[in-house]
Ligand binder design. Structure first.
Ligand code: ADP
Ligand code: MG
Length: 315
């Protein structure tokens, strides 16, 4: 390889690694668990003591936070609320079956690379030089994991619904989560100067590997108790009447005790509260419940069971 090309490649790799060091001010995410609770509340998220403590530690120890629990209990929202409360931008990697490195980490912009090759005069085509040119920053498409690692500014990295990916993706996450660095063979290793605040969420549809768990702080989020759920409802639907909030939370609690395919989550309680408000229902009696049950239960069999067990009048 000609030495000029080698030098330019080395410079490119070095730029990738070091260009962020200039304003490397360490980020204090939160002062204390109480600070977490106050600031998250101001950002619209009501955290209990365990959540506030774990969220504090994730920042203080710079460890990823793994949130596990049923759907709709506020896992994703916690990451968003940390971002709102701290002013850090949110970078989100939504996981799904078939997610691969090219979508999670980075890929080369093949179209642009091809165009560059075509644009190079055939007579001048020196393959080594062209190869070195097209594997540079200009042709790199960064995906959420690499984006989060490379950012100068404080960042909350949300890796949402990790349990939906294939197990192989966890290997990829491990490199990022253990060293906060990514190796790009053509460019070198990109290490984070400023570690992002990382939140992983899982609905526990499968067990995550022990290796991933070892690197994370773990918090199981579950349905809140009645008092907290009422607070959440009143904070999100401030016009809701106190009495109906109480009735709603009690009914949702009873529904959760039934063996349903899909128990109502906080998101559904909030939807229900909005529905009752829109319909100007002031008393959540049996008829009102029966009329609006579709907002909280999304399976016919759950609907039937609830009607039977709660002895609701058929609407
Ligand atoms: N502690 C909380 N404080 C305020 N709102 C909450 C809280 N927990 C859940 N919510 C509400 O529930 C909705 C669903 O939560 P989400 O984070 O999407 O659930 P999931 O656990 O499935 O990621 C949120 O949009 C938010 O409105
Ligand atoms: Mg979610």
């Amino acid at each position: 390889m000609p030495s000029t090309v080698l030098r330019s490649r080395q410079r490119d790799a070095r730029d990738l690694v070091t260009r962020r060091t200039c304003d490397d001010v360490p980020m204090t995410w939160f002062e204390s668990p109480a600070d977490v609770a106050t600031r998250l509340q101001a950002a619209g998220y009501l955290a209990d003591a365990a959540t506030a403590t774990t969220a504090f530690l994730a920042g203080a120890l710079e460890k990823p936070l793994l949130l596990e629990g049923p759907a709709g209990v506020g896992k994703t929202e916690l990451a968003k609320a940390v971002s709102r409360a701290t002013g850090a931008d949110l970078v989100r990697l939504q996981c799904y079956e078939g997610l691969d490195e090219a979508r999670a980490l980075y890929e080369w912009n093949y179209k642009k690379q091809l165009l560059r090759i075509q644009a190079t005069n055939a007579d001048d085509l020196d393959w080594t030089r062209t190869h070195d040119e097209i594997f540079t920053e200009e042709f790199l498409l960064t995906r959420p994991l690499l984006t989060a690692i490379r950012r100068d500014e404080p960042t909350v990295l949300l890796i949402d619904e990790v349990d939906k990916t294939d197990v192989e993706v966890e290997g990829l996450l491990l490199e990022v989560l253990s060293d906060f660095q990514v190796t790009i063979p053509e460019l070198g290793t990109v290490a984070a100067v400023r570690r992002p605040y990382v939140v992983l969420t899982s609905n526990a549809s499968r067990e995550l590997s022990e290796a991933v768990k070892r690197r994370c702080l773990y918090l199981h989020l579950d349905y809140p108790d009645a008092a907290r759920e009422r607070e959440i409802l009143l904070s999100q639907v401030p016009d809701l009447d106190d009495r109906i909030a109480e009735q709603l939370v009690a009914t949702v609690g009873r529904l959760r005790d039934l063996e349903l395919k899909k128990a109502p989550s906080i998101a559904e309680s909030v939807d229900w509260a909005r529905t009752l408000l829109a319909l100007e229902i002031r008393d959540l009696d049996e008829k009102a419940v029966a009329d609006t049950l579709g907002v909280v239960l999304k399976h016919a069999s759950d609907h039937e069971r609830a009607v039977r067990e709660l002895k609701l009048a058929k609407s």
